[in-house]
Design a binder for this molecule. Sequence first.
Ligand code: B12
Ligand code: SF4
Length: 487
Amino acid sequence: MIVLYHPKSTKPRSRRFPLAVLSLATVLEGREEYVIVDGNVDPTPDATLEALMHTHAVELLAVSVMPGPQMVAAVETCRKIRASFPRVPIVWGGYFPSIYTDAALNAAYVDFAVRGQGEDTFLELLGALKGARGLESVRGLSFKDRSGQHHHNPERAMKSPDAFPWYPYHRLDAGKYILPTFLGRRTAVHQASVGCPFRCNFCGVISAYGSREKMESPSRTEAILGHLKSAYGVDAMQFYDNNFFLREDHARELADRIAPLQMSWWCEARIDIVLGFSDATLGAIRRSGCTMIFFGAESGSDWVLKEMNKQLRAEQTVELARRIRQFGITPEFSFVVGNPRDPDRDTHECLQFIRKIKRINPEAEIIVQHYVPVPQREHMYGGVDNQVQFPTTPDEWATKQWLNFTVRKDPAMPWLRPRLKRRIDNFELVVASRWPTVQDIRLPAWGRRLLKALSAWRYRLAFYSFPFELQWAQRLIDLRKPKLESL
Ligand code: B12
Ligand code: SF4
């Protein structure tokens, strides 16, 4: 038996289909005996895994690992399993081992690391473990030899999602994953493409997948959504694609195909690409149910965008904020603040730019993130290649200091002075209070009114310091928020 393990990565209310392990299940279905254990659903995954190991001949424990809390959960479990069942091989796949491959292999409880797209590499690894081929022949695989030396096989060419069968949704308790969101009562997730062809030099997608993108055909996306609707009553979708739109003809065909399904949906896209679409295509996208699009605006300064290799101008963000309003699609703009060379200037300009965007399109949602470097294939944004010494083991990544770094909450970057960091955080709190997000369906109407009233003068006067009353209000509202089940 093969055990596919998805360690806990989020709170129950944010739980979604674990696509990473479902995509491995896809290639095992009908070929191998396997089971999925999802830490987002199972409250005691370690006990479940141990029970499986006792009752079955487990050939391989396959673990999906994203940097952050999921990696911490993976470390704890794999250490225990290795101690109790030392003969069971353990393979890690996903963004953590794809980006930090040597660190993953430095753990005594990781034997193999799969980099990038995993389906074929996983099948070939299974073949190698059964003796049908050598480990060196498996593209996309990294492994340790008996002396502990790491071997990194060449990269694997990426395939379109169309090359693999549909996910075996029936192997999960779908009811646990289809939950209410601002989009609908029964929201599911899907990823209709792999990778991204751009080269932004702060982005982990490029480190893991290279600058390539393969898209699913619109007819297949339509068929999968249709199945989710008819089999599970899904009425809303979040698309996890890094870059949902590439070509206008593809976007138009997809919109026309999924419109009859009457689902409300959200996706991530690039500003320049969507800006290049005709009014007719944007209208069709809206009619097909798209209500919000996440855009990496990153900065309001062209010198920063250039340094990020974003291939975007701030004026395009302004133009998009203005144009998309007429179609009734809410833009969600994300900013990466704290340029290491000149964090003060960057922060000042970015905050001013966000105010400008809000004047043009008050409904625009704003996300402010601190810049946290991710190892790159070339150079890291901000010229910080020699300033950050990344951990060399998962155990070190799992410490509080590095966890704070990964989740970008308290990253403790040498170039981000505490005063400046506080200013960014305070600004974010004031903006989020002045325009509470429509995505928080648990936020009661009185809480919304309270936050707006308390923050209005601060925003008007651009006075962000010491927002104690907003912090207090947020805590009060959090305590009183209804449970998801009662909505
Ligand atoms: C969904 C998601 C989440 C969800 C996870 C929900 C869940 N299902 O558990 C939530 C919202 C919790 C989340 C949180 C975070 N996320 Co996230 N997330 C994603 C997202 C949008 C989709 C991932 C996904 O499921 N893709 C679909 C599957 C099929 O693709 P995949 O994961 O790449 O899997 C393939 C391969 O990696 C491989 N594979 C994966 N697992 C395994 C296991 C084995 C054994 C093998 C052989 C192969 C294998 O095979 C799969 C099929 O080819 C990605 C962006 C993206 N589109 O990739 C960001 C992304 C992975 N997240 C990212 C980050 C940074 C985070 C956070 C740290 C953000 C934060 N500030 O807190 C947190 C922390 C995560 C945690 N809790 O540990 C980054 C990671 C890169 C980086 N910079 O390190 C990404 C790439 C976003 C980005 N553009 O920067 N995230
Ligand atoms: S930030 Fe977005 S556009 Fe840039 S490389 Fe990453 S996924 Fe692609």
